[in-house]
Design a protein around this ligand. Sequence first.
Ligand SMILES: NC(=O)c1ccc[n+]([C@@H]2O[C@H](COP(=O)([O-])OP(=O)(O)OC[C@H]3O[C@@H](n4cnc5c(N)ncnc54)[C@H](O)[C@@H]3O)[C@@H](O)[C@H]2O)c1
Ligand SMILES: [Zn+2]
Length: 363
Amino acid sequence: MASTDYKFEGWLGHDADSVNGNMKWGEFEPKKWTEDDVDIQITHCGICGSDLHTLSAGWGATPFPCCVGHEIVGKAVRVGKNVKNIAVGDRVGVGAQAMSCQKDDCPECSAGLENYCGRPQKANTYGDVYADGQGKSYGGYADYNRTNGHFVIKIPEGLASEDAAPMLCGGVTVYSPLKTNGCGPGKTVGIVGVGGLGHFGVLFAKALGADRVVGISRKAEKRDEVLKLGADEYIATDDDEDWATKGRRSLDLIVSTVSSEKMPMNDYLKLLKVGGSLIQVGAPDKGNLPPINVFILLGNGIKIGGSGVGSPDEIREMLELAAEKGIKPWVEKRPLKDANQAILDVKAGKPRFRYVLVNEKHA
Ligand SMILES: NC(=O)c1ccc[n+]([C@@H]2O[C@H](COP(=O)([O-])OP(=O)(O)OC[C@H]3O[C@@H](n4cnc5c(N)ncnc54)[C@H](O)[C@@H]3O)[C@@H](O)[C@H]2O)c1
Ligand SMILES: [Zn+2]
């Protein structure tokens, strides 16, 4: 039995003002320990756009106090008796999901689609209340994390911790819809919104063998960086008022990571070839997309859908692909002690393309 004389401490948001650089360091009570759980000594945690939506309570009430962060990597320091896939000392990670029902009679969990489990047991890595009285979930801007072993993933040796961390949410959230919707040789793919998720979209669309990958964002200033990432083309929508006409019916698949309700959705849709699909993964505060013009849908025979994170199996598959192909995300390491400033910098649009907090006590 490993020692359990550690405290769960981290950056806590106490109200919606915490997103303005006002998280406070403090102790929290993790979920009640069960023999299905793993305790992780955290070394790295990526900053996801969802952390900001949650701190600002933009998606609805957040159960404060809340420690955000769901791109967690660290060392397993306590492993429950029932956990078979992890041993003490392993380098492991946790993404955005911490729990599902895991029952054989669940159509989703039994099919390896735990991310779509429809039962009350489903829980996010932070800001959630466990269904069975085990308390609240707390995320990775912290010293330690406790998560159900089914959602704790071993990190392959070939991947650096700072690169693996943001793949656990940001990476898999785009990898899953690319894979599910046929990204591969012979396909042209657009990635709308080249931020944290979008940059993974470019990297994974290329790694899956798409013929052409087009980065689509607002500002021309990102062009060189997006092309350097591996995109074949870049469209700056603020810079060219004819972009939708010029690119008409040129893409088989679009993944949109944009969360602004003001996005020009109807113009994105015009870029799809007949039979093409746009998959929305960006999640606006109130959950609404701009009004969609039905004539664009039926006139082009196109589909619009959505996708939520990815299953533990998809995360493992993505990490293996990343290790095998040497996929190198663009991350910038920030000390965990400066988490408040890092959040302000994300709000200001500074990351190229993902910040990863490093816990200097453990890394
Ligand atoms: N579907 C899921 O399961 C899932 C998982 C993780 C994150 N998300 C959501 O995805 C969104 C993006 O997350 P992220 O971590 O990449 O955030 P991010 O801040 O790193 O990136 C968002 C990018 O979109 C760009 N953008 C904003 N408005 C735009 C517009 N009108 N046109 C083009 N580009 C625009 C921004 O400049 C930025 O580069 C967030 O809403 C987040 O909550 C969803
Ligand atoms: Zn996320």
